[in-house]
Design a protein around this ligand. Structure first.
Ligand code: ADP
Ligand code: MG
Length: 731
């Protein structure tokens, strides 16, 4: 078969004049009837690798694919390029008798070149016998990572394919294709399919036109996302959320802010889903807000950004989802919001699963944490994860991430690296990262105790530094290649040759200081500004803070009752110069604006004038009002002195969520008189004691109050009282 024929077929069937990446080599391998293994990133053009040889070969190629929807898309596409309707078929349990008959006769007649099957259908005796009686050119296994438990999408039905293929015929070439490139998954695939000798083609996973950015997720994530989308007005983008509810909320928020956004998730009926998908593809909608149900098989080339409202559960998912940006080679901004709390949420989801699966899920999540928190080149991190070397000084796209554009501080850490390597060496390389760090800082746990490691002279050698420091350094040492994680033992860390060399001949090791991403305490409405990557005007924020201080001093009130930090932050972002604008700021109601706002508004007006600031009027993020009817209900019910637990129950709210709503009400300047409730739970002395605390306190954090009272009150009591307090002294 000459190359000319190959190009002629490419043109004839697909209308393309060039092969993409390694396609030509892959196809030649398949046409030689050799087992072939293809690793290409999503969008790399894997389908064509088996479709073209299938069309050229004699007989029928079987394509195993996990998703019926994907199969249907491909079959439709193939039928469109051929005059022969029967050129491609799907064989699955949804077909009726007549349809099955038609499929079989087309195969027997040699019309059908590609037969798509789900692995379940392949296990049926009847199908195996039939396929055994016809000419099969090869079997292609798409999304082959489903074979491996170590992938992100394990499907047990995939594990028996080898045996079934042997029953269908002798020496049928097997083609495995996947976009998951971790060495462990690849090894599993080859082993399970029995094709260790396969010709392997692995494309680079580097996507140089994608810009990777991670920002801390705060309570302002709605505004952060809205602002980001507004800054990219008119561009096409996907926003991924974990839950359907969040998809709906965020889509609404974007809509009321004038953004053409549509929601997409599996809870919508099929018609709506198709409609929304089409609107996005046809550019009636700029943005689709979706769960991960969206995107499989979607091939919109000009997606300019992918935002993750929640961090994905594996690097594979992150890579795949961000990979939908910039398919056309143009700009693609990948922005993810990360908070460690989301990781804990994901861990909770796994808790019902079998232990082995949990261990794997946990290991995958730890990689996500490392990726999110790292200060090194994100591209290098991802490619290292996929077993690919990348030099970010010379490699394409080397400067395309937040860490490389805005580098974090670095410092010499040669001695500390030697310390880590020594501890691992001396403990016989049997610990996972977490335990190694425990040994370093001197924390005992059952495992360490059972090895008597706590009696060793090096136990606690690193206790002068924090756990986070050692974790961060350990990750950097891993990526530098001095250590490796042993996958079989769920992430036990071992020394590499380079690691042994380093102990003998240490050289300079510049450690990048990691982001802190310390979780803002949920109890406190005050959001920690430090490290937050948003666009608030820091200089103005500082001015607003000192204004707040002087107002507070004048009124002998703690500053937090005037305005909360997030409100000041929002002012430093939106530059409100009228009272009305001020009352649109996060956490500021009309009442509060009137009462305390005047001096803030004039301060901002001066600041805007002096610094020639163009005010981004259109950045004002409106809220959806979804919650305001709830708030109104609460205000009215409290007015009628209904028991708080009844009000919460009537709205189907858990108490902590209900309290949160009430807090939002009083913090934005509306009074709530809950004395009737407080009297029931706290006597007068107690009330006085808590009141005195808050009036003196530097901030309103509940955990600090808890500490102060040392268990005298529970969280809810303190939060209730804080509502009364804010309501009275601030409003
Ligand atoms: P994968 O399965 O690797 O994610 P697909 O097979 O879905 O990728 O292909 C992605 C896109 O690339 C499709 O739109 C396909 O038409 C296009 N494509 C594939 N091969 C070529 C080629 N040789 N020239 C131009 N476009 C191609
Ligand atoms: Mg594919």
């Amino acid at each position: 078969m000459g190359n000319k024929d190959l190009y002629a077929a490419l043109k004839k069937y697909f209308g393309f004049t060039q092969f993409k990446g390694l396609q030509e080599e892959v196809i030649s391998s398949i046409l030689k009837n050799e087992d072939t293994f293809v690793v290409m990133p999503t969008g790399g053009g894997k389908s064509l690798c088996y479709q073209l040889p299938a069309l050229m070969n004699e007989g029928t190629a079987i394509v195993v694919s996990p998703l019926i929807a994907l199969m249907k898309n491909q079959v439709d596409a193939l039928r469109a390029v051929s005059s022969e309707e029967g050129i491609a078929h799907v064989l699955n349990s949804s077909l009726n008798k007549t349809e099955v008959k038609k499929v079989k006769s087309d195969i027997v007649d040699g019309v059908t070149k590609l037969l798509y099957v789900a692995p379940e259908s392949l296990t049926k005796e009847e199908n195996i016998n039939f396929l055994n009686s016809v000419t099969i050119s090869f079997v292609a296994i798409d999304e082959a990572h489903c074979i491996s438990e170590w992938g992100h999408d394990f499907r047990p039905e995939y594990r028996n394919l080898r045996k079934i293929i042997e029953r269908i015929g002798d020496n049928i070439p097997i083609i495995g294709l996947t976009a998951t490139a971790t060495p462990k998954v690849q090894e599993d695939i080859l082993k399970n399919l029995g094709i260790q000798q396969a010709n392997t083609f692995k494309a680079s996973f580097n996507r140089p036109n994608l810009y990777y950015e991670i920002r801390p997720k705060t309570k302002n994530v709605d505004s952060d996302i809205t602002r980001f989308v507004k800054q990219n007005e008119g561009k096409s983008g996907i926003i991924y959320c974990l839950s359907r509810k969040r998809v709906e909320e965020l889509a609404k928020t974007l809509q009321v802010n004038g953004i053409k956004a549509v929601p997409y998730h599996a809870g919508l009926d099929a018609k709506t889903r198709v409609k929304h998908q089409d609107r996005f593809l046809m550019e009636d909608a700029d943005v689709v807000v979706a769960t991960i149900a969206f995107g499989m098989g979607i091939d919109k080339p000009d997606v300019r950004f992918v935002v993750h409202n929640d961090i994905p559960k594996s690097i594979e998912s992150y890579y795949q989802e961000t990979g939908r940006a910039g398919r056309d080679g143009g700009e693609g901004h990948c922005l993810a919001f990360y908070s460690y709390k989301d990781i804990e949420k994901l861990e909770k989801f796994m808790s019902g699963k079998p232990v082995a699966e949990q261990e794997i899920g946990h290991a995958l999540l730890q990689e996500v944490v490392a990726f999110a928190e790292t200060s090194m080149s994100r591209r290098k991190f991802i490619l290292h994860y996929f077993g690919e070397e990348f030099d970010n000084a010379t490699g394409e796209g080397g400067d395309m991430d937040d860490n490389m554009r805005y580098p974090k501080k670095r410092h010499e850490a040669q001695d500390e690296v030697v310390t880590i390597l020594n501890v691992i060496d001396k403990t016989n390389q049997r610990y996972k990262s977490k335990d190694i760090v425990s040994v370093l800082v001197g924390n005992i746990n059952a495992l360490i105790k059972s090895h008597r490691t706590d009696t060793q002279e090096f136990f606690g050698v690193g206790s002068d530094k924090e756990t986070e420091y050692w974790m961060a350094l350990l990750r950097q040492v891993l990526v530098a290649g001095f250590l490796r994680k042993d996958i079989e033992t769920y992430g036990v860390v071992k020394l590499t040759d380079a690691g042994h060399d380093f102990i003998k001949n240490p050289v300079s090791f510049m450690m990048t200081e990691d982001h802190s991403y310390k979780q803002a305490n949920d109890d406190s409405i005050i959001t920690n500004l430090k490290g937050s990557g948003n666009a608030a005007d820091q200089k103005l924020f500082d001015l607003l803070k000192s204004e707040r201080k002087s107002v507070a001093d004048k009124l002998s009130l703690p500053p937090f009752v005037i305005f909360q930090d997030p409100s000041l932050e929002d002012m430093a972002l939106k530059y409100p110069i009228t009272m009305e604008e001020l009352s649109n700021v996060h956490g500021v109601g009309e009442g509060k604006a009137k009462k305390y706002g005047a001096s803030f508004v004039s301060l901002i007006t001066n600041y805007v004038d002096e610094n020639d600031i163009l005010r981004p009027d259109d950045f004002i993020v409106k809220s959806t009002g979804i919650n305001s009817s709830l708030k109104l209900y609460i205000i009215q019910s409290v007015d009628r002195k209904l028991p708080l637990d009844d009000i919460a129950a009537a709205k189907g709210l858990e108490m902590p969520d209900f309290i949160k709503e009430m807090e939002a009400i009083v913090y934005s300047g509306t009074k709530l008189n809950i004395d009737y409730w407080i009297e029931d739970i706290l006597d007068e002395d107690q009330q006085e004691e808590i009141h005195d605390y808050f009036i003196e306190a530097e901030n309103d954090k509940i955990d600090e109050a808890m500490n102060e009272f040392d268990g005298d009150y529970d969280v809810e009591e303190l939060r209730f009282y804080r509502i009364k307090f804010i309501s009275e002294v601030a409003n």
